[in-house]
Ligand binder design. Structure first.
Ligand code: ZN
Length: 411
C-alpha cells in the first residue's frame, strides 16, 4: 500500500467514525478504535462489510452525509432479497464519470467515437455511468438502453457507431443477429466494452470475429460506484483498477485471511474517496486475483485478473468445488465445443450427478466431443460427469446475466 493510499484510508476511517451511523455501530460492536490503525498491516483487523448488511440497511442506512448533499440514488437488482440502495453526492457522481472516462481512454476511445450504450438505465447503475464517461471524454453517446435488437442494429448502421457497450450475453445476441442478417459490411464498430459477467475466450472470439471489434472487459458493481472501476488495456493481460480511488484486497472466502500475492480469492474493496455511501472492506463475492508486476502497456495502475466466478456460484459436487470460470476455461481448450453451456446438478439415489450441456460447433462429431468433455472434466476437475452435446443456438440466451448452473439438489 502506498503512503498516499494509506492517508486516504485513514481519512476514510475518520469520516466513517464521525458521519456514518452504519459504521459507528459496526466499530463499537467490534470493539475497534480507529486510532489503533497505525499502519497498513492493521487494516486486516478492521471488520468486513457484507452484502447482507447492506440489504439490512435498506433503504438509506448507509448514507453518510446530510440529506442536502445527496443528489441521486442507485440500487442493485433485488432478484434475491431486498435491494441495496446507494446514495451519491455530487462529488461521487463526478468521480464516477472520471473513472469511467479513464476506462474509455484506456480502451482507446476518443472524442471522434460514437458510443452505443446497451445496458439499462434507471435505478440500475450501468447505462448512465457509461454515458457520463463517454460524454466526459467528448465522444458521442448513443443512449439506447437494453433490448430491441432491431432498433439497436438500425442505429448501429445509420449512426455508424464505432464503440458499443454491452453485457457479454447481449453482445453475443448482437453478433449472432449481424451474422444472420448478413449486415457485417454495414457495421462500423471498432471496439466493444463488455462487462458485468464472466465469460470464456470462445464467446469472446465469436463476438470479436462476427462484429469485427477489439474487446475490452470492464468491471464494476453498484455498491462501488457502478461499472467502470477497472478495465483491460490493449495488452489484454488483466484489468487496470484505479487505486487512487479504491483499495483492493484478496482474501480466502472461507478463512477470510489474505491470500498470497498473485493467488485467487474473493475481492474485497474499500472506497477511498466516496462520500454518499463509503464502504470499508466490502466483500464483493467476486473471485479474482491481483496480477503482480507492471503491465507491458506502461500504465501505472495495478491489475486484477478477469473475474472467474462468484463465491456464491461455487457449487460443491461430489466434494469438489466447481465454479463457472473453470468450465469456461476447460471448454476453451476443447476443439469443437462452443462457448455456450449449461450445468445441471441433481441428487439421484443418494449421489450427486452433474450433467454438462454444451453447444457444438458446426461439423463436429457429437459422440467424439461428448467423450472428450467427460474425459477432460475428469482429468482437470477430478470428478466424473455426464455430457450432452446440442446444436448452436439451442441453449437459452439472455440479455441479462446468464444463469448457467442449475442446481436442483436442494429443491
Ligand atoms: Zn495495461
Amino acid at each position: 500500500m502506498r503512503r498516499e493510499q494509506f492517508d486516504l484510508f485513514k481519512t476514510l476511517l475518520e469520516r466513517l467514525a464521525e458521519n456514518s451511523p452504519f459504521y459507528k455501530n459496526k466499530f463499537s460492536a467490534s470493539g475497534i478504535r480507529i486510532s489503533d490503525v497505525k499502519s497498513p498491516e492493521d487494516i486486516k483487523h478492521l471488520p468486513f462489510t457484507t452484502k447482507e448488511e447492506l440489504r439490512d440497511a435498506y433503504p438509506l442506512g448507509l448514507q453518510s452525509v446530510p440529506d442536502e448533499k445527496v443528489v441521486r440514488i442507485h440500487s442493485s437488482s433485488g432478484t434475491t432479497g431486498k435491494p441495496v440502495i446507494i446514495p451519491y453526492t455530487e462529488n461521487d457522481v463526478k468521480d464516477w464519470a472520471l473513472l469511467m472516462a479513464r476506462c474509455f481512454e484506456l480502451a482507446g476511445v476518443t472524442p471522434l467515437d460514437r458510443v452505443q450504450i446497451t445496458p439499462g438505465y434507471g435505478l440500475w447503475t450501468a447505462g448512465i455511468g457509461f454515458q457520463a464517461g463517454a460524454e466526459k471524454i467528448g465522444a458521442m453517446a448513443v443512449p439506447m438502453g437494453p433490448g430491441n435488437t432491431d432498433k439497436q442494429l438500425q442505429m448501429m448502421v445509420d449512426l455508424k457507431s464505432t464503440v458499443f457497450v454491452a453485457t457479454s450475453s447481449y453482445a453475443l445476441v448482437l453478433a449472432e443477429e449481424v451474422a444472420k442478417r448478413g449486415i457485417h459490411s454495414r457495421i462500423h464498430l471498432k471496439k466493444g466494452v463488455i462487462g458485468s459477467e464472466r465469460w470464456g475466450e470462445k464467446m469472446r472470439n465469436r463476438i470479436k470475429s462476427e462484429l469485427g471489434v477489439e474487446i475490452y472487459d470492464i468491471y464494476g458493481l453498484t455498491e462501488i460506484y457502478g461499472p467502470g472501476i477497472s478495465i483491460d488495456c490493449d495488452c489484454h493481460s488483466g484489468l487496470h483498477y484505479w487505486d487512487d480511488y479504491l483499495y483492493f484486497e484478496i482474501i480466502d472466502p472461507i478463512t477470510c485471511e489474505p491470500v498470497k500475492e498473485g493467488e485467487y480469492g474473493e475481492l474485497v474493496i474499500t472506497t477511498l474517496r466516496k462520500e454518499g455511501a463509503p464502504l470499508l472492506r466490502y466483500r464483493t463475492r467476486d473471485l479474482t486475483r491481483i496480477i503482480p508486476g507492471q503491465c507491458p502497456c506502461g500504465s501505472p495502475y495495478p491489475r486484477h485478473d478477469i473475474i472467474i466466478g462468484r463465491t456464491d456460484d461455487m457449487v460443491k459436487v461430489k466434494g469438489v468445488n466447481i465454479y463457472p470460470g473453470q468450465i469456461d476455461e476447460l471448454l476453451r481448450d476443447i476443439e469443437g465445443a462452443s462457448s455456450e453451456y449449461q450445468v445441471l446438478i441433481q441428487h439421484v439415489n443418494g449421489k450427486d450427478e452433474m450433467m454438462l450441456r454444451v453447444e457444438k460447433e458446426l461439423d463436429t462429431n457429437e459422440a467424439h466431443l461428448r467423450e472428450k468433455i467427460v474425459d477432460q472434466f475428469k482429468k482437470k476437475v477430478g470428478i466424473h460427469i455426464g455430457a450432452e452435446v446440442v446444436g448452436i443456438g439451442e441453449l437459452p440466451r439472455s440479455e441479462k446475466k446468464s444463469k448457467r448452473i442449475l442446481d436442483y439438489r436442494y429443491q
